[in-house]
Design a protein around this ligand. Structure first.
Ligand SMILES: *[C@@H]1O[C@H](CO)[C@@H](O)[C@H](O)[C@H]1NC(C)=O
Ligand SMILES: *[C@@H]1O[C@H](CO)[C@@H](O)[C@H](O)[C@H]1NC(C)=O
Ligand SMILES: *[C@@H]1O[C@H](CO)[C@@H](O)[C@H](O)[C@H]1NC(C)=O
Length: 184
């Protein structure tokens, strides 16, 4: 039964959101009847619940040689319970075109109910199309998460315990993004 535990539990966590969104007519009810193996991420995608509210990208002089930047991002927790992010692997870009990828794990990144928290600095964000192409999307000031795999635990207490929920294939469009040039 272990297989079903996490998704059903996440459904319980998401229940208030599901009710409010269905009430607002935003979500087709059949979503709940989905037999997709990846129910949690699908539900988040369907509900258009953006976990990420802001991305900040730092471009250094080295970036022009290495095609690597650093970044931090703010996670918004829309749930009435604390969530803890254990790891994130994501591809971000614009209009379906990936410009950057990163994978990282966190020691203790918990976000209290209805709150926001910053990830801290993420190293090794790879500019997959190179820095010149990446500079081209800087003026847009937004990024889409084109593919995101996030392992979260729901209903944690100060980052401890909770229910492990792997989210595979998260997408989120139009995330406000700032770029800073960091000169040494
Ligand atoms: C997310 O996981 C899927 C399935 O394992 C994999 O195909 C995909 O490449 C992963 N995406 C990222 C951005 O890591
Ligand atoms: C994330 O980046 C923003 C923008 O530069 C900065 O104000 C903030 O202090 C950073 N947060 C952390 C935790 O590094
Ligand atoms: C994208 O986000 C920006 C602000 O970050 C907003 O001005 C714009 O209307 C949004 N576009 C869409 C299509 O949601």
């Amino acid at each position: 039964m272990k297989f079903f535990t996490a998704p059903l539990s996440l459904l319980t966590l998401l229940a208030p959101l599901l009710v409010s969104n269905i009430g607002a007519g935003a979500v087709p009810a059949p979503a709940l009847a989905s037999t997709d193996a990846n129910l949690p991420a699908d539900i988040l995608n369907l509900l258009n619940i953006g976990l990420v509210s802001q991305i900040n990208v730092f471009i250094s002089e080295d970036s022009f040689v290495t095609n690597i930047v650093t970044a931090n991002f703010t996670v918004h927790n829309p749930l009435p319970v604390e969530i803890t992010l254990d790891s994130v692997s994501a591809a971000a870009g614009i209009d379906g075109s990936v410009f950057s990828t990163f994978a990282t794990s966190f020691k203790k990144f918990f976000v209290p109910p209805f709150s926001s928290k910053n990830s801290g600095l993420i190293q090794n964000v790879v500019l997959t199309q190179g820095i010149d192409a990446a500079l081209g999307i800087v003026p847009l000031g937004v990024l889409d998460i084109i593919d995101g795999n996030v392992t979260i635990r729901g209903a944690t207490i100060f980052g401890f315990g909770g229910i492990k929920v792997p989210l595979i294939g998260l997408v989120q469009k139009n995330i406000s993004t700032s770029y800073e040039f960091v000169l040494s």
